[in-house]
Design a protein around this ligand. Sequence first.
Ligand SMILES: Nc1nc2c(ncn2[C@@H]2O[C@H](COP(=O)(O)OP(=O)(O)OP(=O)(O)O)[C@@H](O)[C@H]2O)c(=O)[nH]1
Ligand SMILES: [Mg+2]
Length: 709
Amino acid sequence: MNTFDAKHIKNIVLLGSHGCGKTTLAETMLFEAGLIKRRGRVEDKNTVSDFHELEHERGSSVYSAVLHTEWRDHKINIIDTPGLDDLVGETIPALRVADTCVLVLNAHHGVEVGTDLVWEHMSHYDRPVMIAVNQLDHPNADFDATVAQAKEHFGNAVTVMQYPVEQGDGFHRIIDLLKMTMYVFKDGGGKPEKQPIPEGEKARAEALHKELVEKAAENDETLMEHYFDKGELDEDEMRIGLKQGMMKRTCYPVFCLSALRDMGSGRMMSFIDNVAPCATEMPPKPLEDGGTLPCSPEGPTVLFVFKTMIEPRAGHISLFKVMSGELKEGMELMNDNTGTMERVSQLFIVDGKERKPVERLVAGDIGGTIKLKNTATAHTLHIPGRSIKLRPIAFPEPRLRQVIKAADQKQEEKLHAALLEIHKEDPTIVMIYSRETGEQLVGAQGELHLSLLKWKLNHHYKVDCVFSSPRIPYRETIRKSAEASHRHKKQTGGSGQFGEVHLKIEPWTEGMPEPHGHSVRGKEEIDLPTGGKLVFYNCIVGGVIDNKFMPSILKGVMEKMERGPLTGSPARDIRVIVHEGKMHPVDSNDISFKIAGLQAFREAFTMADPQLMEPIQELEVRVPADLMGDVMTDLQGRRSMVLGVDSSGRYQIIKALTPLAELDRYSTTLRSLTQGRGTYTERFHAYQAVPSELQHKLVSGYKEEEMVA
Ligand SMILES: Nc1nc2c(ncn2[C@@H]2O[C@H](COP(=O)(O)OP(=O)(O)OP(=O)(O)O)[C@@H](O)[C@H]2O)c(=O)[nH]1
Ligand SMILES: [Mg+2]
């Protein structure tokens, strides 16, 4: 196994829409460098990157995969990512550790929804960007249109480095504007022949070359002076300028490819070698304590774990980047996130599912180890001594939440354990326990993500699950006051029970005056665990109910408020005035008065114009301007109140208030209304009265359920 020093290691991540050719490109880069003797194809289920059974089944990437190639005297670590947006949990960690992003565009689709979505994520990471226009052999390939769209979507930093002389089935020649030469590929692709630029292309090549030189010169004063002096820059000067432009994100060089025909990847790899920055040239990384960590081979050994894989035999495999220093097999490191020591028992680099042992890894390189006891994705490991912790990875919030249950109740525990394991591999699968409804929810990025979760549970953990919509955390309250009384009497042999409570209930509002016409003996103001207030008054005169039974009456009232009479949802914002009652010298006890209190409250509640309250969410829906109409109509169909619309670039932001009950699987609808471009955020706004016909439906539904139960 060759060893490389930090200056000769480049880390790239392949990004782009689903099906644009990232996995095929990775395969071609390994083949072109001779690291694999035969090129696999996604359709043949034999690529290095798509090695998982699930990927073979789907015919596309589901997981990110780390591979490496060796081109000339450089090592290029490649992280291939899945293009489907639901699998963003695989893409973001890769973005975090790569030094250069290679955005792959499909020449016959141009900039796609998936491209825009991944560009959003890329914009949070400030990494240098290269653009690879792939599939130029496709009959509908259109390089110029693709570049024009890229400029429209990503700005003028998009800089043409090469262009194809022809496209479609005949594609086999690329004009390179840095080297001002033409690469001619044979049918089978591979190493091209260099030829001078044909006469017919000279004018276009010169014009584009000039643009490229100016793009290179604009990043450096010395280069600018040279350019003004000579009217030209040599290749080395251009490389310096282009590198600076990439680091400043003012230049995204565009390359031409047919990954499937193995045309163009070699030239792109040379550019990565000569121009793309290595890890030690990147800005120091921010630490949790506000400090920074430069990537230096001389620094303390620090690893950042960006991926965890669970394999039946090997167990937990942790992939990491050496952020500083040097790592040797057998080293003992401190996990700064857990405060525990970990031993790097084995050290290897990976190529898809293959693990190749190495003795050491230097700063900037990517490798793996197994069986770390207590380490997860986004953890920092370092030589003991001082605390060094890199910032956690910002995974997106779930876009879809569903209740998850084991199809067979006996497997509930197994399901729970499996979900914990899956979360370690994919931190965007999150478990959310609703204390209120007692439901176990799972948060995911979309319908596809959920279906893949189900597949993993079935195939890897042998547990079947069912998803259902989460219950809405309704609340119950009253709109007017009511009186009721209840006598609880049980005197059928043995110790009897007797308690009679008369009470009045009223809607509670902040700052309302004390009850009049009653002499208050005691008052309790309770902040309810599910929100809102209960104010409980003891207005008993003449000792008709002994004070010692007041807590039991309150207990009965609170028990009924926990599971309100309308739909079993928590009641709130009510005041209860206990003002009359009866005791029995022998049979009165706590349970009697608890039941009497509970029943009297229930009866009064049903007569106090009870109101079901529903949670209203504040939404920010981000949609392409041209698709706003449909989204607006759909929102109005969900009982929304639109507060306003702001524009942000090519998007519109709709602000609305929408009942939570109308938002089940909303992200799915929104994505289908907007061809996958629409996203939204939501947060709790307030409780609001449920419309009467809906209340009626929910209450009768609950009554039916109660009858069945
Ligand atoms: N004609 C043509 N087809 C290509 C080229 N590159 C890839 N393909 C085909 O495009 C399809 C998708 O290729 P992949 O490499 O799986 O694309 P991907 O970007 O990895 O897709 P995801 O993993 O879903 O994100 C496959 O059928 C490839 O054979 C190319 O250069 N030309
Ligand atoms: Mg792929």
